[in-house]
Each structure stands twice: as structure tokens, then as C-alpha cells.
Write a protein that binds this ligand. Structure first.
Ligand code: F0G
Length: 471
């Protein structure tokens, strides 16, 4: 183990014995390798934006872990039990029960995916001029808060902005920052605190149980609600089990119930933790908020017993929720991310440390110190990795951060990252080896790389559709 590797690697947990996934493969999907000339054409056609590539031009697809999981045989069997009634589908009631059992919230509103739920909660509780503090922004979450008239305020701990800081819970909220905001704007202008598990934009960094407990007390003192982005909360609970005193012998399922018990509700992109290709929900304990959201869902998503999902989607999701909290599943899932992280760490390639739950984040500022942030170092790195290997990754830097709505300038985040996101139960250890070697090749060629110029910029969530040219 190298010094920079986070305390408990998978190897250590198992006494340096090898470990393997708790499943075997029943069906495969062929993928093809392209030539360098084909990739040069494909990425130029895509405006050097990996979101605009065709997936048939991609070899190993690490764009996202969203909706890209492999479902189990049980989930596929569940697909056959779809009750496609317009109203009152049996599958909805099974989904509702799975959420209540595992997350503990009272009232459930299904949505087609996470941003559908973000839209409902934002419109239901934010009023014009409100402030919403949270542990680092997420693109769609912040946009829905802004569209509802709110201003997002980042109150994450400082360590989250430093890719070399080895603190175990870099997703925590800094309670002093939060108190200062409450003092400045008044509790009555803060509809809720927006707390995310394994903070995506910080590198998949977890929140501790101690932090959410103290946060609850602070919210109670000021009568502010606490809502959770539960998208990767099962993974967050694995880190609590691994790192926080008193949790080593508790099953993740139990840790999850305890954590959610400190919050008033959650929105969920089931396309991540829940091992399905589509789905999401909003869950709250407050009847008033539920009433509003359930009324709005029929306007924007679909009836309140399907919310944009088919019956079969809801069945696969209900089963996936149960699978997502199993300890052996999470150990293998995060173990695979650790495996890739350890290879890159051993080769001294700059990545966000400690390695997070769903992805390895390459530190593009360290790859390309000669490329200034207005020439999009992370966007450049993602396109170089594709050119080198056909591996698709995602920019998480200045392009994702967008523009300040007041000044119209780029927002320059401290972190300028490329995310190698690992889909759940999809790729093998050999795919991770190939990925690590491709990253190393790009790193070795770093001095010969120039930045990009943005030539097309959409108004919302520009990273999805912006186009670039090489400098
Ligand atoms: N919250 C978090 C933390 C997310 O990572 C996402 C999606 C959402 C909310 C929105 O959910 O996509 O189902 O509408 N993240 C994807 C990603 C897109 O690649 O990280 P959605």
C-alpha cells in the first residue's frame, strides 16, 4: 500500500487476499475497439464533447454510472410482472413499500428520474429570494433551485475543495459556514438544507453520521427542514461502515435507516444506487409538502402512482432497492473503484484522494498546469482520453459549473476534474487495467496537449451540449 492510498483498501480488509464480485455473468453485450483515425473523426464531429459522441464509437463507457447498471436476473424477471394499469398499479405499491422499508420516509411520489423529483421539491418549498445551503452544488439540483427563485450557497467543508486532503468525510457540511449564513439571511429565508450523500462534484466524498446528527440539531434549533439527495446514499453508508467509529459491525441497510431518520425527506435518482436504467422518486414525512408534490406530479410527470415510469420499471426498481443495500454488493462495487484508484495512485497520476464511491476523478489542473481554466483543461483531458483509447469520461470543471446568473461570467470552480465513472456490475477488472493504462498514456503525453475553445454554448446545463474546437 502506498502512503497516498486511503486507509482501508479492499486488499487490507480481506488480509490482502483477492476478492471477487458476488455474481456471475449470464448475458454479454459486445463492444468494439475503434482506430485512432476513426476516433479523431468521431470526437471532432462531437465538438470535443464526450456527451455528443455516439455510444457505438465508444469502447469502455465511463461517462456516467447513471442508468448504466446491469440488472440482475431477479430484476429482469420482475420486468415480466409489470402491471401497466394507468392508475393504482401493483408495482407502485411494492415500490412504495420498498422505499418506506429501506429509507423510512412516510409519503412517496414517483418521478421519471432524479431531476423530476428535484423540480417538484424545489417548486413545492422554495420561494423567490430564498437561500438553499448545501454540500457543494450538483448541476441539475442547483438549476431547479435557481429556477424556483432560490440561490444555492455552498457550505461544504473546505477539505472538499482540496484533491489531496485525505480526510475521510470530505462531503460533510461545515456547520460554522451554515450558522453564518443563517445569521446573515435569516432562517425564515432558508426553506431547507440540501444535503447530498457521496458528494458527486467533490469526487464522490461521503458525509458522516456525526455530521448529519449535528446538522439535524442545528436545523431543529432554527426550524429549518433537512432534505437529502439520496442518489448515492447506499454508497455513502458503506463508507460510514468502513470509516466511522461504531459502525463497522452494522449492516449498510441499518446505517441507511439511521441516516435518513435525521432528515425530513429525500429526492432520488434511482438510476444510480438502485441498479435500474430509469426511475426516481421524492419522499417526505411532511403531509403538506407531500400534498403539493403529489398534485404537481400529475402536471409534469404522470399520475401519482407511476410518475413517468412504466409498471415494469417500478417493479425492477423495487427489487433493485433491496439489492442496492446488500453489503457484499457494495463491497464489490466500491472495491472495483478502489482497484482502479490504487493502480493510478501507484503510478503517481494525480487523482482526487481519497477515492470516492462511484468514480475516479482525474485532477486536470495537475495534468495540464500550462492550460488556463478558460481553455477548459478537464474538457481537453476527456477528449484526449477518448482519442487515446476510445474510453469515454466526463468533464466536471468549468464547463459543468456554468455561468454566474448575476454577472454572466464563467464560474471557476476550485476543482477541475475528469470523472471516470464506473457503471455497477458492468465491467471487469481487465477493463479497469485497460483504463488505467490509457490514462497513464495520456498523462505521459501531457506536455504536448493544448486546450479548447468553446464555439457553441447552450443556455442551460451547457456541459451536455456545448461544442469546442482544438486550439
Ligand atoms: N443528484 C445527483 C447527486 C446526481 O448525480 C444526479 C445525476 C441527479 C441528482 C439527477 O438525477 O440524472 O436521474 O435526473 N447525475 C448523473 C451523473 C447525470 O452522471 O452524475 P437524474
Amino acid at each position: 500500500m502506498t502512503e497516498t492510498t486511503f486507509p482501508q483498501t479492499m486488499g487490507q480488509q480481506f488480509g490482502r487476499r483477492s476478492w471477487a464480485e458476488p455474481w456471475k455473468i449470464k448475458m454479454v453485450e459486445p463492444i468494439k475497439m475503434t482506430t485512432r483515425a476513426e476516433r479523431e473523426q468521431a470526437i471532432a464531429k462531437a465538438g470535443y464533447n464526450t456527451f455528443l459522441l455516439r455510444s457505438s464509437d465508444v469502447y469502455i463507457d465511463l461517462l456516467t454510472d447513471s442508468g448504466t447498471s446491469a440488472m440482475s436476473d431477479r430484476q429482469w424477471a420482475g420486468i415480466m410482472l409489470g402491471d401497466e394499469a394507468y392508475a393504482g398499479s401493483d408495482n407502485f405499491y411494492r415500490l412504495e413499500k420498498a422505499i418506506q422499508d429501506h429509507y423510512g420516509y412516510k409519503y412517496i411520489v414517483p418521478t421519471h428520474q432524479g431531476r423530476g423529483a428535484e423540480h417538484l421539491i424545489s417548486q413545492a418549498v422554495i420561494k423567490q429570494g430564498d437561500y438553499i445551503p448545501g454540500n457543494m452544488y450538483f448541476t441539475t439540483t442547483r438549476l431547479h433551485q435557481e429556477l424556483a427563485g432560490g440561490t444555492f450557497v455552498d457550505v461544504i467543508v473546505d477539505a472538499a475543495h482540496d484533491p489531496t486532503d485525505l480526510s475521510p468525510f470530505k462531503g460533510n457540511i461545515d456547520l460554522n459556514k451554515l450558522e453564518a449564513l443563517i445569521e446573515k439571511v435569516g432562517a425564515e429565508n432558508i426553506p431547507y438544507v440540501s444535503l447530498a450523500g457521496t458528494v458527486n462534484m467533490a469526487g464522490g466524498q461521503p458525509v458522516s453520521m456525526a455530521n448529519v446528527r449535528e446538522l439535524r440539531a442545528l436545523c431543529d434549533k432554527h426550524n429549518i427542514r433537512l432534505y437529502l439527495d439520496a442518489t448515492r446514499m447506499a454508497e455513502n453508508c458503506f463508507f460510514i461502515q468502513e470509516r466511522e467509529k461504531g459502525y463497522a459491525d452494522k449492516p449498510v441497510a441499518e446505517i441507511l435507516r439511521e441516516f435518513c431518520g435525521y432528515t425530513d425527506g429525500a429526492w432520488m435518482s434511482s438510476k444510480k444506487d438502485h441498479l435500474v436504467n430509469i426511475g426516481g422518486w421524492l419522499a417526505v414525512n411532511d403531509e403538506d409538502v407531500f400534498d403539493k408534490a403529489r398534485n404537481m406530479v400529475v402536471v409534469y410527470e404522470g399520475l401519482h402512482t407511476y410518475g413517468g415510469m412504466s409498471g415494469r420499471d417500478m417493479e425492477a426498481l423495487a427489487i433493485g432497492i433491496g439489492e442496492s443495500v446488500q453489503d457484499d454488493h457494495l463491497r464489490a462495487r466500491i472495491g472495483q473503484v478502489y482497484y482502479l484508484g490504487e493502480l493510478l495512485t501507484d503510478w503517481k497520476i494525480p487523482i482526487v484522494q481519497p477515492v470516492g464511491g462511484h468514480a475516479i476523478f482525474l485532477d486536470a489542473k495537475k495534468f495540464y498546469p500550462h492550460i488556463s481554466q478558460d481553455k477548459f483543461p478537464a474538457q481537453t483531458l476527456a477528449s484526449e482520453l477518448y482519442l487515446e483509447s476510445g474510453i469515454r469520461a466526463m468533464e466536471r470543471g468549468v464547463v459543468s459549473a456554468g455561468r454566474d446568473p448575476e454577472t454572466g461570467d464563467h464560474r471557476y470552480p476550485a476543482l477541475e476534474l475528469v470523472r471516470l465513472t464506473i457503471p455497477r456490475r458492468v465491467y471487469t477488472q481487465a477493463h479497469m487495467d485497460v483504463t488505467a493504462e490509457a490514462v497513464r498514456a495520456v498523462y505521459e503525453n501531457r506536455e504536448n496537449t493544448n486546450g479548447l475553445k468553446m464555439v457553441y454554448e447552450p443556455d442551460y446545463l451547457r456541459f451536455f451540449q456545448a461544442r469546442f474546437e482544438q486550439l
